[in-house]
Design a protein around this ligand. Structure first.
Ligand code: IPM
Ligand code: MN
Length: 352
């Protein structure tokens, strides 16, 4: 029997509560699908940083490389200056493990409220493939004459041929495998970012030649946000750079019903990937058993898919859909679900 080694970083705030439900689903589904798993817990997060001054240790990063996957709850602490934990834990892991894809499905499930009027689950079902190691996140740039009236601040978008190409290839492969409309849309800004997106566009068309079964399309990022609201059914798979991907996937999360249900994966197709609910640590709901665990359960489904446990992933996703179809989960928002965090997890498990 295959045993997976899963690193778990429950993290801050409500992170531990939602991770518990994701692992509950994993436990149930693993028994039914003939695999097992062991977890290794890591304490990283705001509390650990306050106690030790450490965000992540080098030795932990080395251990991460020996895992089958990482499962993260949430990072963010009201007493820690914004940026420290995000950069020290989340971004550092993405870069160190070369998780060059950020995969974010935008899927409206039945009985989930969307702010987009007159659109339903048949209209909102696409996936964003975000480049996850380059662009404006590369951290190049700097200050000149900082703190003076003549201060200059430069932050550069770094786009390498290799980084762009591997992301685009992943997106083409993903579109083909998804086999929905076989349509891949490049989201960029070729009319203004004439260097970065010139490269993206050239490589998009060059790689696209190898995927004649995939239809290609292009949209500027501003138009993309417009269409995500006006005509979300136009999208099948969207591929974009790191910064644009960050922005449009928050819009995507809202369109699919909110942070309570939006999941993401930081993927290294040849290495160790990390899965997370994309909402934050929601400090004010900590320990109250009212946070929505469906995003964390969705992240678990993505983990199962990447591990190759496709049948288990489908079973867990279908159980989530059935749980929603009961109508017992009244809202995706914390405190308004009509059920507790653990009851939502139990409801999903009951349909496995
Ligand atoms: C995300 C988050 C991160 C990002 C932050 C927390 C650094 O917003 O995963 O989308 O910008 O990538
Ligand atoms: Mn973001």
């Amino acid at each position: 029997m295959k045993t997976y080694k899963i690193g778990v970083i429950p993290g801050d705030g409500t992170g531990p509560e939602v991770v518990r439900e994701g692992l509950k689903v994993l436990e149930a589904v693993s028994k039914q699908h003939g695999f097992s798993f062991e977890t290794v817990n890591y304490p990283f997060g705001g509390e650990h940083y306050k106690k030790t001054g450490e965000t992540l240790s080098d030795s932990a990063l080395d251990e991460f490389r020996t895992l089958d996957a990482l499962y993260l709850g949430a990072i963010g602490h009201p007493d820690v200056k914004p940026g420290i934990l995000e950069q020290g834990i989340l971004l550092r892991t993405r870069f160190a493990l070369d998780q060059y894809i950020n995969l974010r499905p935008v899927k409206l499930y039945p009985n989930v409220w969307t702010p987009v009027k007159d659109k339903g689950p048949e209209d909102i079902d696409f996936v964003v493939v975000r480049e996850n190691t380059e662009g404006l996140y590369a951290g190049t740039g700097g200050f000149l004459r900082r703190g003076t009236p003549h201060e200059v601040a430069v932050q550069e978008s770094v786009n390498t041929r290799m980084g762009v190409e591997r992301c685009l290839r992943y997106a083409f492969e993903y579109t083909r495998k998804r086999n929905k409309e076989n349509k891949l849309t490049l989201c960029g800004k070729t009319n203004v970012l004439t260097y970065a997106f010139d490269l993206w566009e050239r490589v998009f068309h060059a790689v696209g030649k190898e995927y004649s079964d995939v239809t290609t399309d292009y949209a500027h990022v501003d138009a993309t946000t417009m269409w995500m609201v006006k005509n979300p059914e136009w999208f099948d798979v969207i591929v974009t750079d790191n910064m644009f991907g960050d922005i449009i996937t928050d819009l995507g999360a809202m369109v699919q019903g909110g942070m309570g249900i939006a999941a993401g994966g930081n993927i290294n197709p040849e290495g160790v990937s990390m899965f997370e609910p994309i909402g934050g640590s929601a400090p004010k709901y900590t320990g109250m058993n009212v946070i929505n665990p469906l995003a964390a359960i969705g992240a678990m489904v993505m983990m199962l898919e990447i591990l190759g446990e496709t049948r288990a992933a489908t079973a867990a996703e279908n159980a989530t859909i059935k749980a929603l179809e009961t109508g017992k989960i009244k809202s995706m928002s914390a405190g308004k679900m009509g059920l507790t965090t653990s009851e939502v997890g139990d409801l999903v498990v009951s349909f496995l």
